[in-house]
Design a protein around this ligand. Structure first.
Ligand code: SF4
Ligand code: SF4
Length: 178
């Protein structure tokens, strides 16, 4: 990986926890948008935004899928905000081995929010009627580390699970067949 400086539009989705009513429309919309063909299925397990909730504590946290990691972290913390208790992992966007979130249910491959590439306003924001999600853009100059693309993240996950040689063997078999 290398570093380079550039002006760029930073896209963000702000979350107002107090406005979330746990309707889960964001999960449905995201899964439909990323289905293949588009909108052919709606399965929240395939969504890149998930509602982490604890009804007894009145805690609802929409979290968008972030980076993939092959190992669990060691620095977990719970939080108390405005009198509400948020459990460990409540705000974490990572696709990791300690939970089922942000993994494609059939393949187990990691899912990551892509800000609904090609859409002016991300789908989860469009359907969030209570206004818990707000889309914002800002321009900034920053040193950006080149990140892995979706394909590389998927390959890295396969290599971690099955080993490099096994993945290479499979690729060789596929290329011979095609
Ligand atoms: S659509 Fe908005 S209100 Fe509904 S669960 Fe998602 S974030 Fe919460
Ligand atoms: S921005 Fe798009 S890809 Fe990301 S969580 Fe929202 S609907 Fe899903």
């Amino acid at each position: 990986m290398s570093d380079h400086k550039q002006m760029r539009i930073v896209k963000e989705i702000k979350v107002d926890l107090d406005k979330c009513v746990a309707c889960r429309a964001c999960e449905v919309a995201c899964s439909g948008f990323h289905a293949s063909p588009k909108y052919s299925s709606f399965n929240p397990a395939r969504s890149r935004i998930r509602l982490i909730m604890d009804m007894l504590k009145d805690v609802y946290v929409p979290v968008r899928a972030g980076e993939y990691t092959p190992a669990e972290c060691t620095g977990r913390h719970s939080f108390k905000i405005n009198g509400k208790e948020y459990a460990e992992c409540s705000f974490c966007p990572t696709s990791c081995p300690s939970r089922d979130l942000f993994k494609e249910p059939d393949s187990g491959l990691p899912l990551k929010c892509d800000m609904c590439e090609g859409e002016k306003i991300p789908l989860c924001v469009q359907v969030c009627r209570p206004g818990a999600l707000t889309y914002v853009e800002r321009e900034e100059e920053r040193v950006e580390e080149l990140k892995l693309g979706d394909m590389e993240i998927g390959l890295q996950s396969l290599v971690n699970r099955y080993g490099l040689q096994s993945v290479l063997d499979s690729v060789t078999r596929i290329s011979i067949k095609s």
